[in-house]
Design a protein around this ligand. Structure first.
Ligand code: SF4
Length: 241
């Protein structure tokens, strides 16, 4: 089985517990205004690799990952655009005893079968807004499939970390955050909410690719706004990081 990837990398902090070997798959049906990985948008810009090649690379880091309490995260782009390739990587990592995480917007959650989800120890579910109009403005796509996928993960009892990118003037409205907090608190399987402060570090990447960065003038959220948003999630009994 082969698939298309943009790159792989080691990361610590936001891609699951411990130090992670992260595979960035290529291709994404959304176009988030704040996307940090525009080089992963188009499948044709990636490179074909076999699952064997990816597993051989992971094997080189295996001891290091295990000592650091980490695992493997399949990210993107949107990994569920290539569900068979993603499923095979998750299954083989799982079989090898590695902790597995899937980073997804949930838009294509219907393409993840129950076997793929059984091989996924943690879903990093990016819910970009709780308001359909804001969601569409941020991503260009519909909100409902993500909410449906979130409910399915709850029914299956799969552990989830929700990720929410906080962008001043775009996703920071109190009713947007409150709606998300209420929805997430009602699921029962969400271990934590990662509030990711917007930043402009991808600006140069956009320039290199000849693309406009629509949020080039948007500031990062200040400490007061971050406190308010963490507080809104915590008011609903959630762990907000
Ligand atoms: S879903 Fe992720 S990869 Fe796709 S456009 Fe949005 S932020 Fe970028």
């Amino acid at each position: 089985m082969d698939g298309t990837i943009s790159s792989w990398d080691l990361s610590t902090g936001v891609d699951g517990p411990g130090t992670r070997f992260v595979v960035f798959t290529c291709g994404c049906p959304l176009r988030c205004l704040y996307c940090q990985n525009p080089e992963t948008w188009r499948m044709r810009d990636g490179r074909r690799v076999t699952a064997d090649e990816v597993m051989a690379e992971i094997a080189k880091y295996r001891r290091f990952i295990e000592v650091a309490g980490g695992g493997v995260t399949i990210s993107g782009g949107e990994p569920l655009l290539q569900p068979r390739f993603t499923g095979e990587l998750l299954a083989r990592c799982h079989e090898a005893g590695l902790h597995t995480a899937l980073d997804t917007s949930g838009l294509l959650g219907h393409r993840a079968d129950d076997a793929l989800l059984a091989d996924t120890d943690l879903v990093l579910l990016d819910i970009k807004s709780s308001l359909p109009a804001t969601y569409r403005k941020v991503t260009g796509g519909p909100l409902e499939p993500t909410l449906r996928f979130a409910r399915r993960l709850a029914d299956l009892g799969r552990p989830v970390w929700v990720r929410f990118v906080l962008v001043p003037g775009l996703t920071d409205a109190p009713e947007n955050v409150d709606g998300l907090a209420r929805f997430v608190a009602g699921l029962g399987n969400v271990e934590r909410v990662d509030v990711l402060p917007f930043h402009r570090m991808a600006t140069e990447k956009y320039q290199r690719l000849g693309l406009d960065f629509p949020l080039a003038r948007t500031p990062a959220p200040g400490p007061e706004l971050l406190d308010r948003v963490h507080g809104q999630f915590r008011e609903h009994g959630l762990v907000s990081v």
